[in-house]
Design a protein around this ligand. Structure first.
Ligand SMILES: [Zn+2]
Ligand SMILES: [Zn+2]
Length: 366
């Protein structure tokens, strides 16, 4: 009798807590675990050593912090003015703190100014080599815009409907994936964008004459933006109308993650779709779910354009007459609702689980 009453009380409590609006739980612990797992990879991948910087904040000094400063210089968060600069020291100074704050704000992370697990796991995540910040962007625009453009908002000009040709370098390629599979994957990446804008992409017969030239390159490949081996920087592309799109040949590229077992495999269509966004004129987005967000975890597929990507690219080229933005808005809204409901159900189940354990223990003790 006592137990039934207790059960009823706890059930009521569990449901009231699961239905009341609560903030999403702090995911710092999840990132701590992810960081630990990442350091277990066999490969000696880029930025692996940054895990030692966990929980550092202003006032700390740790060997190797200079590497993180170089990272922030590379991606546009810290400016190195001369060789005696504080950028060359291992001290966590005010300038580094400002860089961390800007980084967190630009990537939609909790703005703490510290190297917490959430921030550090984002720093260590494989990413695009294109810098995140446009120094000419006004502060007001930063708070409104989620998608961004290159300085001067360049785009491909030409008669409408616009047709761009592309080709994959026959020389700079990867040997372990069939040429036809690479071609089909790159085709899909272009189609992801062609669905939403009135731009046609055609495979060129000659590499040299193509508007967009794709290739896999290793290390320093002559454009001042060297690649860095496994993970780290995955690829980069140049603003319109350059058309250069480069992928790091050192990655374990996958055209089908289901058939590729490597823990550091990188999905080719996802990175190609992102880099084509740059070729068209988009910069990085602060929206984590957007294709134009700068990082991509290994073994992750992210090819579906989100409303943020679509609004950004359509502001440059207009809309494909066959495309309806409302459908994407609705599907994003319904997946957000589904996620919220799933979290509620999960909370109810976990509360119920704890409850059942408690009752079982009470019965054992009774
Ligand atoms: Zn990028
Ligand atoms: Zn390059």
């Amino acid at each position: 009798m006592q137990h039934s009453f207790l059960l009823l009380l706890l059930l009521l409590l569990s449901f009231s807590s699961s239905l009341s609006p609560r903030p999403i739980p702090e995911d710092d612990d999840r990132h701590r675990q992810a960081l630990f797992r990442a350091t277990q990879y066999n490969s000696n991948y880029t930025w692996r050593s940054f895990h030692r910087l966990l929980d550092l904040e202003r006032g700390s000094r740790v060997d190797g912090l200079v590497g993180l400063k170089q990272y922030f210089v590379r991606f546009g968060y810290l400016i190195s003015s001369n060789s005696t600069d504080s950028v060359l020291s291992d001290a966590f100074d005010a300038r580094l703190e400002t860089a961390v704050l800007r980084y967190q704000a630009s990537l939609g992370l909790p703005v703490t100014g510290k190297l917490d697990a959430t921030t550090l796991s984002e720093v260590m995540a494989p990413r695009c080599g294109v810098p995140d910040l446009n120094p000419n962007r006004s502060r007001a625009a930063e708070t409104v815009q989620r998608f961004t453009y290159f300085t001067g908002k360049p785009r491909w000009a030409g008669r409408k409907p616009l047709t761009l040709t592309y080709a994959i370098s026959p020389e700079h390629t990867i040997k372990y994936v069939a040429t036809a599979d690479v071609a089909a994957t790159i085709r899909r990446a272009f189609d992801n964008w062609a669905r939403v804008i009135p731009v046609r992409f055609e495979e060129a017969t000659h590499y040299e004459s193509a508007d967009v030239k794709l290739g896999f390159y290793g290390g320093d490949h002559g454009d001042g933006e060297p690649f860095d081996g496994v993970l780290g920087i995955l690829g980069h592309a140049f603003s319109p109308e350059s058309g250069r799109l480069h992928l790091d040949a050192a990655e374990q590229w996958a055209v089908d993650l289901g058939k590729e077992s490597s823990e550091v495999a990188v999905d080719l269509e996802s990175v190609a779709t992102h880099e084509i966004g740059h070729v068209l004129g988009l910069g990085h987005s602060a929206v984590k779910e957007a294709v134009m967000y700068p990082s991509l975890s290994p073994r992750t597929k992210k090819v579906e354009l989100k409303v943020d990507d679509i609004e950004g690219v359509q502001a440059l080229y207009g809309s494909n007459p066959n495309f309806r933005l409302n459908q994407t808005v609705q599907s994003e809204t319904s997946s957000a609702i589904a996620l919220r409901d799933a979290i509620k159900v999960w909370r109810s189940i976990s509360t119920l689980g704890i409850l059942l354990i408690k009752i079982t223990m009470m019965n054992v003790l009774a």
